[in-house]
Design a protein around this ligand. Sequence first.
Ligand SMILES: NC(=O)c1ccc[n+]([C@@H]2O[C@H](COP(=O)([O-])OP(=O)(O)OC[C@H]3O[C@@H](n4cnc5c(N)ncnc54)[C@H](O)[C@@H]3O)[C@@H](O)[C@H]2O)c1
Length: 352
Amino acid sequence: MDIAIIGYGGMGGYHAECLKKYAETQAEFPLRLAGIYDIDAARCTLAEERGIRVFGDPAEIWADKSVGAVLIATPNDVHAQYVKAAAAAGKNIICEKPIGLSEKQAEKMYADAEKAGVVFEVHQNRRWDDDFLTVKNIMEQGCIGDVYRIESRVMGGNGIPGAWRKELAHGGGMMLDWGVHLIDQMLQMISSPVVSLYCEYSYIYGEEVEDGCRLSVRFENGVEYLIVIATDCFRSMPRWQVYGTEGTATVKDWDLSGGVTRVLVRHDDKLQGIRAGNGFTKTMAPRVGDTVEEKPLPVVHAEPFAFYKNFAAACAGKEQKKIKKEEVLRVFRLMEAAALSARKNSVIKKKI
Ligand SMILES: NC(=O)c1ccc[n+]([C@@H]2O[C@H](COP(=O)([O-])OP(=O)(O)OC[C@H]3O[C@@H](n4cnc5c(N)ncnc54)[C@H](O)[C@@H]3O)[C@@H](O)[C@H]2O)c1
């Protein structure tokens, strides 16, 4: 199936490269780049220089029978209009995350696609991140017993890049940008309703949108989950820290460094105190000897291009879409509850 990219910016360019590689490796469910459309002449020139066909108008894409699908990678506020037009033209659709600016808008977008009978998929690509899959594996394998607390952090020091991400009207801000990924991962990991949450936004750079956030979520099954998104941090904390009844696991970075410490003796009767700062402590003394054991991370690697393959297979009627509508809408409900919590500076107690 041929697919056209609308919005050939950072992510559109990345998709074009990935689709090229995917086309080289995948024969069963092919996806070939048909061309791109962008309102920015410089991006169109760049695409031409790279040997990519440039459509002069979206209507050319809608009218082209050889184009079976579109991939929308414009700023967030522009997604909905293209989803509506593409669906009306009978094209299957991949839309970048977040698909819209609210749950209400997202529901309407799904309705447009359902009415037209096209496949509508959201690029929640971070479900195939190796670090996330590895943490999920730690939980599922019981490597550290029952997991009761998870900390998921992404920490950059670049502020909010580009122009539209700094503006509310375009769907800017770190909750819609990164929160949508980290909340989606969280809901894939914990199969229990959320019962309460508290969120704080940061405005270090003085933009009209949040440049970071801290979101604490409590699930009905007792699991606590902390999401931290920072753009003002020049020394990162671990990407993941996971606490279980039988140990602690750390995934330091996307490079999958880190490890698992399993507790063999929970209460160490022979615990020795240490000098720490201007004092003495037993409580905070590191575990030594044979009361703990160190293990490597049980690393999981995602199948390459699994997202594109699933989309193409779903379009061919051979697989179910991996990203379900109800999952996408639930992420929006959480993002909206988090925004409300940040605005009111209060805990939101609500089953989500
Ligand atoms: N899934 C991921 O990992 C990931 C990563 C980065 C960005 N994204 C998403 O991709 C989308 C684009 O982000 P980006 O970082 O590439 O932004 P970007 O600013 O680099 O690119 C956006 C492009 O869209 C074009 N554009 C703007 N309005 C348009 C319109 N009306 N019609 C056609 N083209 C238009 C711009 O000229 C620009 O080239 C966003 O929704 C973002 O959230 C997803």
